[in-house]
Design a binder for this molecule. Structure first.
Ligand SMILES: NC(=O)c1ccc[n+]([C@@H]2O[C@H](COP(=O)([O-])OP(=O)(O)OC[C@H]3O[C@@H](n4cnc5c(N)ncnc54)[C@H](OP(=O)(O)O)[C@@H]3O)[C@@H](O)[C@H]2O)c1
Length: 309
């Protein structure tokens, strides 16, 4: 029997981190679709040996700690999920954001290459400015509008050509704190919501991203890959869909424009940053439609408290 692939995961306590660790251990995460296997192979119970590190275990901005951890753990693959993800707060906390997203990624790439491990790191649709007028391809020119987007782009630039960069967008997990939970709680409480219908993007269920990452851990392809659930949408459409799922009437969700948000968000977001995922889907397989993904997130929410997050 061949030995298990050793996978070191940073940001292990984040929403993608918990779903990825479940998936690598052969467990379907909350909100996951057990039948979604982009490379057609179920995850073997002992296929992977997983070392999940949260911020207490490893601060990815600490050069000595990063290099020491990687040399000690000797993983075959590093999946780097740790990130500064507070998009609006980043506008006033520029140095910390760049330390984590640029320097942290640079250190992970350096450390992985020192030990001969493959690095998979996660980036974002917010590297784009949203003016293309069509879905973004892997080789489209990044032009970030926000501090967060710029910090993630600089992180990408520190990667080697052999590293795998996965750009994803609007990520939501059952165990994360995200917009779908806010909408579902409002729907359950009888309140209504207002959401923008002038920002278009692609929703990504953390569980579907996690299963896609397993395919990339196996294939170690290198280069840039766009990964998201299929179909572009707007935040208003997401809210209206959650309302439908929870049997709220049409009046539950009202569309507004970004200029009506009060107070206005600190960070500027691209008006249209949906990701073209054809490269991933033609190599591995299509992710489920975003409406299915959101339904799984909504209906698995009551089980959130059953599992420590
Ligand atoms: N969420 C989205 O919509 C989205 C969209 C596109 C791309 N992405 C990317 O996808 C990846 C995973 O995102 P996610 O949604 O799982 O994020 P998340 O839930 O915010 O998790 C990120 C994790 O990184 C940890 N972290 C922050 N600073 C750190 C440091 N200096 N050292 C070690 N760990 C640190 C955080 O710990 P604390 O909780 O202690 O801060 C948190 O557990 C990130 O690269 C993110 O940029 C996310």
């Amino acid at each position: 029997m061949s030995r298990a692939t050793r996978v070191l995961v940073t940001g292990a306590a984040g929403q993608v981190g918990v779903d990825l660790q479940d998936t690598l251990r052969g467990v379907t995460p909350l909100g996951g679709d057990a039948s979604f296997q982009p490379d057609g192979r179920p995850v073997g119970e002992h296929e992977f040996e997983v070392l999940g590190l949260n911020r207490r275990d490893l601060d990815v901005t600490d050069r000595d700690a990063v290099l020491r951890s990687l040399h000690a753990a000797r993983p075959d693959v590093v999946v780097h999920l740790a990130a500064y993800t507070a998009v609006d707060r980043a506008e006033e906390d520029v140095e910390n954001c760049f330390n984590v997203n640029e320097q942290g990624t640079a250190l992970m790439s350096l450390g992985a290459s020192e030990i001969g491990a493959h690095l998979i790191t996660i980036s974002t649709d917010y590297v784009f400015d949203g003016t293309k007028g069509a879905a973004y391809l892997e080789f489209d020119e990044p032009r970030p509008l926000s501090v967060y987007g710029a910090s993630k782009r600089e992180g990408e630039r520190h990667c080697t050509p052999g590293d795998t960069i996965v750009r994803t967008s609007w990520v939501m997990g059952v165990r994360g704190n995200n917009v779908v939970h806010v909408i579902a709680e409002r729907a359950a409480s009888g309140a209504n919501v207002r959401f923008v219908d002038d920002q278009m993007g692609t929703v990504t269920a953390a569980s579907d991203l996690a299963r896609s990452l397993v395919s990339l851990v196996r294939a170690r392809p290198g280069g840039v890959w766009h990964v998201a659930n299929s179909g572009a949408t707007t935040w208003f459409d997401v809210a209206a869909h959650v309302g439908d799922l929870l049997n709220r009437g049409e009046e539950f969700a009202t569309p507004i424009s970004t200029s009506e948000l009060s107070p206005p968000p600190l960070a500027t977001r691209p008006a249209r940053s949906d990701l073209d995922t054809n490269k991933f889907t033609s190599s591995f397989g299509e992710l489920p439609p975003w409406r299915d993904a959101v339904a799984r997130l909504v209906f698995d929410r009551p089980r959130r408290g059953e599992v420590p997050s």
